[in-house]
Write a protein that binds this ligand. Structure first.
Ligand code: DSN
Length: 412
């Protein structure tokens, strides 16, 4: 074989160190998870060698008989999992899934409503620094100042005023359930299409721990690697009348050759997500988030919206100390082996690089098998660091306790 026999230790030593980091620390980033060995086998397979532009039975190159079956399996499994008419499993990412929908269903410059980024939305929901905000005319809606839930009155008022072609629902930092029914009503009232970005909660929906938007929305997009626990990638579900336009937008409109090794990993993950064990898992993610929320609240912390219904908690650090920023807290917790991300809170006076909040997610620790007692311990460990973020002794002590806790729940 022409391949080098010498191991590329530059790369593989770093991967080994990352394995250790994932095993020995607490992974609380709400958009991450630990995918299964079978998903990783599929993603590491020879399917990476194949070009397969097009769709099953309609490819540009030969040799796709097995790839076609893999992609058909992925499409059939995800349609069955969510009760959808049609699926496109080729988007390389959630951002591409969203862009594919916009390309398929909107004219350039069309008016769209999306949740504002600092109220929990996503860059692809119209941020001016994203292609969505540059090519379409997005108008932002937000959460109420009182209970910090999506402000449906404001959403309706904006819809009546701007008559958008589409309303985008879904979030990346919103700790509450999103009821799709009233949003469908607003869409119908103003003649807008309804896109639901379920990236964060796809696994909760699959497991019955969050209401499904599929019966209400024209299109549902999601990433496959968050609560759904599959490989890194995107997916679009749609009603049949949008299927052809969406397929054409993803390829050849937006992407070239699909990553069929990743599509195979998605197929594996969709089967895993259809099991009774996954249902239990999805509900435990929520129970664990609630346990952390309750513990932090009991310790005097202010949580955005007062708690959680899903996989994440948004902690307003100003309730611990006025001067404590998300940036400082993230660095101190990471040093203690607790990895999560700084996050803006609604109407945050600080920039997204500094922030006043932290986003805490439970998908990964729940995959490890941790339950409510461990969540109480995690909340207590976090609070010790957050009360003394500059204290090296505290950070060392917490780091050692984190390693001991994680040692009881090995991942890889
Ligand atoms: N980066 C993802 C998240 O953390 O929510 C969104 O794209």
């Amino acid at each position: 074989m022409p391949w080098p026999s010498e191991r590329d230790s530059d790369v593989f030593d770093l991967i080994e160190r990352e394995v250790t980091r994932q095993n020995e620390g607490l992974q609380l980033i709400a958009s991450e998870n630990f995918t299964s060995p079978q998903v990783m086998d599929a993603v590491g397979s020879v399917l990476t060698n194949k070009y397969s532009e097009g769709y099953p039975a309609k490819r540009y190159y030969g040799g796709n008989e097995f790839v076609d079956e893999v992609e058909d399996l992925a499409r059939d499994r995800v349609c069955a999992l969510f009760g959808a008419d049609h699926a496109n499993v080729q988007p390389h990412s959630g951002a591409n899934a969203n862009l594919g929908v916009y390309l398929a269903l909107l004219d350039p410059g069309a008016t769209v409503l999306g949740l504002s980024l600092d109220h929990g939305g996503h860059l692809t929901h119209g941020s001016p620094v994203n292609i969505s905000g540059r090519f379409y005319d997005f108008v932002s809606y937000g959460v109420t100042p009182g209970d910090e839930r999506i402000d449906l009155d404001q959403l309706r008022d904006l819809a009546l005023e701007h008559r958008p072609a589409m309303i985008v629902s879904g979030a990346t930092a919103y700790p509450r359930s999103i009821d799709p029914a009233p949003i469908r009503e607003i869409c119908d009232e103003v003649g807008a299409l309804f896109m639901f970005d379920a990236a964060h909660i796809a696994g909760l929906i699959a497991g019955g721990a969050h209401p499904s938007p599929v019966p209400y929305a024209d299109v549902v997009t999601f990433t496959t690697h968050k609560t759904l626990r599959g490989p890194r990638g995107g997916c679009i579900l749609s009603r049949s009348e949008h299927a052809a336009a969406i397929d054409k937008a993803v390829f050849p409109g937006l992407q070239g050759g699909p990553l069929e090794h990743v599509v195979a990993g998605k197929a594996v993950a969709f089967r895993e997500a259809a099991t009774p064990e996954f249902r239990d898992y999805a509900h435990q993610i929520v129970a664990n988030a609630r346990a952390i929320a309750d513990a932090l609240s009991a310790d005097g912390c202010r949580l955005v919206s007062g708690g959680t219904d899903n996989h994440l908690v948004l902690l307003d650090l100003r309730s611990i100390s006025e001067n404590l920023t998300g940036k400082e807290a993230q660095v101190a917790l990471d040093a203690a082996g607790i990895t999560l991300n700084k996050n803006t809170v609604p109407d945050d006076p600080r920039s997204p690089f500094v922030t006043s909040g932290l986003r805490i997610g439970t998908p990964s620790v729940t995959t490890q098998g941790m339950e409510e007692p461990e969540m109480l311990q995690i909340a207590e460990l976090m609070m010790r660091v957050l009360r003394s973020p500059a204290d090296a002794t505290t950070i060392d002590e917490v780091r050692s306790e984190v390693r001991t806790l994680c040692g009881k729940f090995p991942v890889y």
